[in-house]
Design a binder for this molecule. Structure first.
Ligand SMILES: [Fe+2]
Length: 378
């Protein structure tokens, strides 16, 4: 018989909303789940179902091989989940903040002196795989509305290797929350060209050593349910305790480890508790990865259905056109004959450079800064 518990709010809706983007440590929670448990709120709503050790290691091993490297790539568009703005967690090229929010801001680039057009957040090792219901930002508005993710486009073999793992996760989702699964599966398979095999998922998010701050998920199917799996990376000696997945408004968190499965209401406020080092190897304590807790061996995978995929029902094919790599000539340094830059010529150079950069397409400078931080240096 699976344990069942009922939880009540320990914080009001307004009090918890004010904490968006903040962290909640382990000592906030009344209950840390570490065994099979179903959790309901006191108004009868399912909050989560947690099962220990239900995914065979051969499948989690495949997931690690498939996603382990890609999950480590950082992004700066994760908003509240990436935490309150902290320069130690942000790209180096970010200068003065403009229209600064709690966890998102525009900025003046240190390298170009130009104001960003898109907002940025703290960096997070968080990526997507499967299919997505927004055009690729790198194609500057010219990509198809629904598409294969870059991970699938670039790693078809790794992706294929991981599909049995995703099928297993989907079967657990079906077994534990059949109604939610049925509704999500039906909607997902209406756009089968952007569904992950025969599952109820269009998309997965893969994160590495990422402690999320307080947030609710957005962009996924409202009536579905999020599915979380963790795989501890055996090649990384930086083991951990903690990093529980918590619902701080209800004071309950779950210790999700390799092989476990958590079906959770991702439209309730949630976040992770702190990582507690559980390793004996030496680390460089001045290393940014160590300071920010980005070095722990925790790969987490969230499987879900993107809500707007339904718009692409009539799209003809599963495969997006191959990425048209944008060809743009680099901005060349304006170097004077003889190789020197006199102060007069330097100011001319600065002026020409600024004008040139100002003419570049929207999003391009931010894209290049993100991926090639020294591209605009001179
Ligand atoms: Fe989330």
């Amino acid at each position: 018989m699976v344990k069942e518990i009922t939880v009540s709010k320990i914080m009001s809706d307004s009090a918890i909303a004010l904490r968006e983007g903040e962290y909640f440590d382990e000592d906030h929670y009344n209950t840390i789940l570490d065994e099979d448990t179903d959790v309901y709120t006191d108004d009868g709503k399912l909050l989560l179902k947690f099962r220990k050790n239900v995914i065979p290691s051969k499948l989690t091993d495949n997931a690690l091989v498939a996603y382990g490297v890609a999950a480590k790539k950082t992004h700066e568009n994760r908003g509240a989940a990436a935490g309150v703005l902290d320069r130690n967690k942000m790209n180096r090229y970010i200068g003065d903040f403009v229209n600064e929010g709690k966890f998102r801001t525009k900025f003046i680039s240190n390298t170009t002196g130009i104001e960003s057009k898109q907002a940025t957040s703290n960096l997070s090792a968080s990526n997507i795989a499967g299919y997505y219901d927004r055009p690729d930002r790198n194609l500057l508005g010219k990509g198809p509305p629904c598409r294969l993710t870059a991970f699938n486009r670039d790693n078809p073999d790794l992706w294929d290797k991981s599909v049995p793992f995703l099928r297993k996760v989907d079967s657990l989702f079906k077994e534990l929350t059949p109604d939610r699964h049925a509704a999500q599966l039906k909607r997902c398979q209406q756009v089968s060209q952007f569904a992950i095999a025969d599952t109820a998922y269009s998309t997965i998010t893969i994160n590495y050593s990422w402690r999320t701050a307080l947030h609710k998920d957005a962009g996924d199917y409202e009536d579905g349910f999020g599915n979380l799996i963790v795989v501890e990376d055996s090649d990384n000696p930086h083991k951990y305790r903690g990093a529980y997945m918590g619902f701080p408004q209800y004071g309950v968190a779950a210790n999700v480890r390799t092989g476990d499965f958590l079906a959770m209401d991702v439209h309730e406020w949630h976040c992770n508790t702190e990582f507690i080092p559980d390793y004996k190897v030496k680390v460089d304590k001045s290393d940014r990865n160590v300071i920010n807790g980005w070095h722990f061996n925790r790969l987490s995978i969230v499987c879900y259905l993107r809500n707007d995929m339904l718009r692409c029902k009539k799209a003809p094919t599963k495969q997006s056109p191959p990425s048209s790599k944008i060809k743009i000539s680099p901005v060349r340094s304006y170097t004077m004959a003889g190789g020197g830059k006199s102060s007069k010529n330097l100011s001319k150079f600065t002026e020409v450079r600024k004008k040139t950069l100002g003419k570049l397409p929207e999003g391009f400078i931010e894209y290049m800064n993100r991926n090639y931080p020294t591209f605009f240096d001179y």
